[in-house]
Design a protein. Structure first.
Length: 315
């Protein structure tokens, strides 16, 4: 028989952990499911400098603190890779790879994953020089030269992080202007270990069959192609929503981001969405936790207002 909770929260990143804190502190029974270690993208971030209350904190440390807070009021943290949610009106059925849960309400907090470039050599040299996580893999390139692809916050911030480990970082961006926040840009421009190749696309990852040896670069203004020697290629070209399992609910836009109102409610009563998985402009830890708090409270209101009338009268 499926285990039953007031609320099942899917994803234990900052958004899901905050929803768990608020819902369990409001005395709801809460299952917090994740298919990996709690913390979400914070585990891939070295230093966080824009989370209020801390001048700077390491991502995994903030993840641990948030987790301790989330389970402090009784939320159960459980392993589970969620494959589907069935809306049965007053309750929802959540299926993982090897279990089933029933809940009055669900909070989807599954975040996003890194977009791939889809170029030759990218897949082949994954884990052998191609990486999507500087914090995880940067140390393998100590004393070497690496390339970073992209011009957003992730690319520019991680380029600065890599520059503290490797000899040289070359950021290759498809335009002549970065998308990243100015403070991150200024820091990267001031770092003499970081240089930029503008108006250029990486079209192929080159290797010797064992590991990455370089990249092929196309200047999209002049159409000139060149090759650049490198040991590592760190790819930060954006994010894709982790919503394949929920598309059938009709709550996503064409790209797969979940649409909610300002109470984090989706168009299906009792199903909420928070954090990076939502359609929105600013994907940050602060926005994720803010939305988690709102959903935690809204779930409480929802569960209270859907109690059978007898149970309400006996209260
Ligand atoms: P996530 O953190 O992505 O967590 C989602 C969780 O859901 C994951 O644990 C995942 O395993 C789980 N999950 C996914 N699908 C399923 C499923 N089907 N079943 C079960 N579990 C599932 N923001 C800042 O504010 N400051 C920074 O300095 C900063 N640096 C960053 C650096 C990098 C390299 C990146 C990529 C992002 C950075 N961000 C930063 C953004 C920030 O990390 C995200 O906005 C934030 O983590 C989003 O939180 P979330 O809880 O919505 O999702
Ligand atoms: P992003 O903001 O979507 O930026 C993606 C970058 O990759 C853009 O510069 C884009 O170029 C480029 N790009 C996209 N597709 C490409 C392709 N096919 N080939 C080459 N380049 C391509 O993604 P992100 O940097 O990963 O950031 C994701 C979210 O996390 C953002 O909301 C960000 O603010 C947040 N974040 C915050 C921090 C922080 O606060 N410190 C750190 C990291 C991430 P164009 O510019 O030309 O579109």
């Amino acid at each position: 028989m499926a285990k039953s909770y007031d609320v099942v929260i899917i994803g234990a990143g900052p958004a899901g952990m905050t929803a768990a804190l608020y819902a369990s502190r409001a005395n709801l029974s809460v299952a917090l499911l994740d298919r990996g270690i709690y913390g979400g993208q914070m585990n891939n971030t070295a230093e966080i400098e824009n989370y209020p209350g801390f001048k700077s904190i390491m991502g995994p440390d903030l993840a641990q603190d948030m987790y301790d807070g989330a389970i402090n009021f009784g939320a159960e943290y459980l392993y589970g890779s969620v494959e589907s949610i069935k809306d049965l009106g007053d309750h929802k059925l959540i299926k993982t790879d090897d279990d089933e849960f029933e809940a009055k309400a669900v909070v989807i907090a599954t975040g996003s994953e890194y977009k791939k470039l889809g170029i030759a050599g990218e897949k082949e040299y994954g884990g052998r020089g191609v990486s999507y996580c500087a914090v995880c893999d940067g140390a393998f390139f100590k004393g070497k030269e690496v390339v970073v692809v992209g011009g957003g916050d992730s690319a520019v911030e991680e380029a600065s992080y890599l520059a503290s480990i490797v000899d040289k970082v070359t950021v290759i961006h498809r335009r002549d202007q970065l998308r990243a926040q100015k403070v991150l840009q200024d820091r990267a421009f001031a770092n003499d270990k970081i240089n930029f190749i503008w108006n250029s696309n990486v079209t192929e990852v080159l290797g010797d069959e064992k590991k990455v040896t370089g990249v092929k670069v196309l200047n999209n203004k002049t159409n000139e192609t060149s090759e650049l020697s490198t040991s590592g290629v760190f790819i930060y070209v954006g994010l894709l929503p982790m919503t394949e399992s929920f598309r059938n609910l009709g709550i996503c836009d064409d790209e797969g981001w979940i649409i909610t109102d300002d109470k984090m409610a989706t168009s299906v009563p009792g199903i909420y969405a928070v954090g990076d998985v939502r359609k929105k402009d600013l994907r940050q830890i602060t926005t994720a936790v803010g939305e988690g708090g709102i959903a935690g409270q809204q779930v409480f209101n929802y569960v209270e207002s859907h109690k059978p009338s007898e149970a309400k009268a006996n209260k």
